[in-house]
Design a protein around this ligand. Structure first.
Ligand code: HEC
Ligand code: HEC
Ligand code: HEC
Ligand code: HEC
Length: 470
């Protein structure tokens, strides 16, 4: 690992220099004339001698636009506030800390207010490289460049070009920590399973990640450690890595599984912090002796309730809530939209038993839960815990539309109360599927969701009852 490489060309410097100029004082982008040393994030006044001098690379991925974890009992993990809380612990105990993200740090739906605050948080958190994921690209190349410039964000992507043929972000970042030179580049798969509609690449050209990665490895040949941020599935990373020798560490940022132990493909150590931003990985760089062989020591930390939220990120979160509480939520592909929203009481008249049973499920108390958690002004929380927020005739507030402050019948049955008069036949077998549930029971909010475990809990008539009715 980390054999000395020579022969890096000036092209990286020139290519990279075109982007992110001005992010001086931290990571130099590309190989700008001289490789600027990363000023190890030393809080002023701290005593560096007390800290572990071994450089550490911290990595996360798939934050999905979460500033503050929802705090639900089912999943109190993840979010930038906890991630930052842990990063700051590292910065207090280690003298050389690099931080990277392997993509999808932004939300998958457009909430300009949220994006603004996420960008502020990332800027202040002083990341060294942020690989672009499909969710970042949903913002459009121009907005991405604006964000990078305005907040000095070290966005990185080596294989996506705009209509003018310009790379959308810097292809790579080189950081020097202690006596270790770390080269970081990022590529995104043209098309990976599970990506949203291909709209993320509208107007852009996506070069083969293999070709781009090979070029980056050549450009970064002088680095002691070459890190690839791969925004793709684990399968695609498995296809790419054997074709691109020279990558020491690959961090996969669109994989839906956590690699508890690193994989090894050829000479590459493969890491994945998994989906939904639950984990911050760390990789400590050690030398056997000064100037000697490099060893990489991996570790994973779950961003659980025990990790403190960085208070300043929480401040940004509450500012975001303040600014967005009266605004319609971002457009979100939730459950199908009924012709008009109705309360569960509208169905009760003819479906008394189903209604009574539904009242006993947690669906009947969606708003109460977020109220209890003190988060009822965050439109994203409201969106899933009520019906039709931001849509015509949907939930507005508990004062105006109390009956819609829960997950009503229409979340699962897209009909109105006159369906019988109109002779509308409902084929529940077809309309109710795991996919429908998962529009709300996603990996962030309902990580344990299993259709076959959850469905029996909400059935109006239990299977046992059905048998005895005969
Ligand atoms: C005026 C009475 C009436 C109202 C109000 C009413 N329904 Fe129905 N519903 C019926 C009747 C009668 C049936 C059974 C006939 C059938 O299978 O189509 C039925 C059947 C159903 C079925 C089962 C279909 C199947 O495949 O077995 C569902 C689901 C349903 N209704 C949902 C609702 C929902 C949701 C509402 C409120 C938005 C509602 N209904 C309001 C009369 C009503
Ligand atoms: C994508 C839809 C979605 C969003 C957005 C969402 N939730 Fe939830 N929430 C759920 C689902 C689904 C569950 C049930 C999880 C389970 O039991 O597996 C849940 C459960 C909860 C619970 C647990 C309730 C109980 O009785 O145990 C709380 C508290 C909660 N959410 C708060 C929040 C807060 C706060 C936010 C905003 C930060 C939020 N939720 C955003 C879907 C959502
Ligand atoms: C979380 C999803 C969900 C919600 C919310 C829900 N249902 Fe259902 N409903 C189902 C499922 C699942 C079935 C069974 C169909 C199946 O097994 O595929 C069903 C079946 C029905 C049936 C057919 C007869 C029966 O009891 O099996 C009726 C009628 C019905 N629901 C009415 C309602 C009414 C009225 C409400 C609101 C008070 C409601 N449902 C809320 C999921 C839901
Ligand atoms: C419109 C969003 C939405 C849809 C669709 C939805 N759920 Fe839920 N579900 C929720 C929310 C929100 C909660 C948490 C409610 C609370 O406690 O505040 C929840 C809670 C639950 C719970 C209770 C979990 C527990 O800890 O007891 C079960 C079970 C459940 N859902 C099953 C289902 C199934 C099965 C489907 C599909 C047939 C489904 N849900 C569809 C939003 C949804």
């Amino acid at each position: 690992m980390g054999t000395a490489r020579v022969g890096r060309t000036r092209r990286a410097a020139e290519a990279a220099g075109a982007f992110l100029r001005g992010a001086a004082g931290r990571a130099s982008i590309g190989v700008a004339a001289a490789v600027a040393a990363v000023v190890a994030a030393v809080a002023p006044g701290c005593e560096p001698t007390a800290r572990d001098p071994r450089p550490v690379l911290l990595y996360g991925a798939d934050n999905q636009g979460v500033l503050a974890a929802c705090g639900c009992p089912s999943n109190p993990t993840g979010g930038l506030a906890k991630r930052q809380g842990l990063i700051e612990q590292y910065r207090r105990t280690r003298s050389h800390v690099l931080v990277v993200d392997a993509g999808n740090v932004m939300p998958d739906r457009s909430s300009p207010v949220k994006v603004k605050y996420l960008a502020q948080a990332l800027a202040r958190a002083r990341y060294d490289a942020i690989g672009l994921g499909d969710q970042e690209f949903l913002l459009g190349a121009d907005r991405l460049r604006d964000l990078a410039r305005q907040h000095e964000l070290p966005l990185v992507c080596a294989n996506v070009r705009d209509a003018a043929g310009e790379l959308v972000a810097a292809p790579n970042v080189v950081c020097e920590v202690q006596d270790v030179r770390v080269g970081i580049f990022s590529v995104i798969a043209d098309r990976a399973w599970g990506f949203p509609v291909r709209e993320w690449r509208t107007g852009l050209t996506v070069e083969s990640p293999v070709d781009a990665a090979r070029r980056q490895v050549a450009l970064l040949a002088e680095c002691d450690v070459v890190v690839a941020l791969l925004h793709m599935t684990m399968l695609e990373a498995g296809d790419l890595l054997p074709l691109v020798p020279g990558i020491d560490v690959a961090i996969v940022g669109h994989a839906h599984e956590v690699l508890r132990k690193p994989d090894r493909i050829g000479e590459t150590m493969v890491l994945s912090p998994g989906e939904a931003g639950h984990i911050l990985g760390s990789l400590t760089v050690e030398r056997d002796e000064p100037g000697g062989q490099l060893n990489l020591v991996p570790e994973l930390t779950v961003l659980s309730a025990q990790i403190p939220d960085a208070p300043w990120v929480m401040d940004l979160y509450w500012k975001y809530v303040d600014e967005s509480k009266d605004k319609p939520p971002p457009d979100w592909d939730l459950t199908p939209i009924p012709p008009r929203y109705e309360t569960a009481e509208a169905c009760k008249e003819c479906h008394e038993n189903e209604y009574k049973q539904w009242l006993t499920t947690k669906h009947a108390q969606g708003y109460e839960s977020i109220k209890k958690a003190g988060r009822h002004q965050d439109p994203e929380c409201v969106l899933c815990h009520t019906m039709g927020l931001g849509r015509k005739g949907g939930f507005v507030s508990m004062a105006k539309t109390p009956g819609l402050g829960r997950v009503t019948c229409q979340a699962c049955h897209v009909v109105t109360s006159d369906h019988d008069e109109k002779g509308v036949k409902i084929d529940s077998e077809i309309t109710i599927s795991s996919r429908l549930c998962m529009s709300c029971h996603g990996p962030v909010q309902s990580p344990d969701f299993d259709y076959f475990v959850y469905k029996p809990k909400i059935l109006h008539t239990s299977a046992a009852e059905k048998r005895t009715v005969e």
